[in-house]
Design a binder for this molecule. Structure first.
Ligand SMILES: [Zn+2]
Length: 246
């Protein structure tokens, strides 16, 4: 049983063949796809997908750079909307200094609000932390939130051990097939803190190709190789992690 804890199937690239994408995932033994909303319209599309396809579990959030376009009133309205929905996690939320490092304090303020929402709802957070990993970790540490999943972690290895000790998880994208960074990351963190994701339509196992949840099997193979375990063992462990977090 495979899981994809971070995808964007509401992306327009899936408009034409979403049913086939879901069918291929099921055929490959994927049992859960967490779709991460980015903003007001993406959150609503995520909810629609989850109603149409029960395998799709909705995580709703405000993506850091999307949050910068919103007023306080708009953010509070979206939070009020999310509060009323049945969701599996709050995400995608976090900090992004790659695309915008000019408004760090505003990003942090919005991130803290999203963490408070997850705490209130007693749900995990799915964290984007591009070029802002240490700040994201600091903010999460100072809150009481217990469950955090760092999606596509590209930060320094020096804080990874402490993140594991704090009980946080890492979701590893399908580009682990060729990315030495993710291969090294998987080598460093215990399997008990690893989850799998596609970030579809991005970060696929084959460069230049649209990614989709059916590709999760490629990651299991690679993780098994690195951990010197069998593929079924890796798959079962990651599924148990999934159940523990979500
Ligand atoms: Zn994402």
């Amino acid at each position: 049983m495979l899981v994809d804890v971070h995808s964007h199937l509401d992306d327009r690239q899936f408009d034409k063949d979403i049913s086939e994408v879901i069918e291929r995932a099921k055929k490959e033994n994927v049992v859960a796809i967490i779709n991460n909303g980015l903003n007001s319209s993406s959150n609503r599309r995520t909810l629609e997908l989850s109603k149409r396809f029960p395998i799709v579990k909705p995580a709703l959030g405000i993506y850091p750079t999307d949050g910068l376009k919103l007023s306080d009133e708009e953010i509070d309205a979206e939070i009020a909307f999310i509060r009323k929905q049945k969701i599996i996690a709050v995400g995608e939320v976090g900090l992004d200094y790659h695309w915008d490092a000019s408004q760090k304090e505003r990003q942090k303020e919005i991130f803290r609000k999203m963490i408070a929402l997850a705490s209130d709802l007693d749900k995990p957070i799915i964290v984007h932390s591009r070029k802002a990993e240490e700040d994201a970790f600091e903010i999460i540490k100072e809150t009481k939130i217990k469950k955090a999943v760092f999606h596509c972690y590209n930060g320094p290895f020096k804080i990874v051990d402490e993140m594991v000790r704090k009980g946080y998880y890492f979701s590893i994208p399908t580009n682990i097939v060729f990315s030495s960074h993710f291969q090294e990351l998987v080598g460093r963190i215990p399997l008990s803190h690893i989850l799998t994701e596609t970030d579809a339509p991005y970060l696929g196992p084959r460069k230049g190709e649209r990614n989709e949840p059916a590709n999760i099997a490629c990651s299991i193979k690679k993780i098994a190789e690195i951990k010197k375990m069998t593929e079924p063992d890796v798959m079962n462990n990651i599924f148990m992690n999934y159940q523990r977090v979500f």
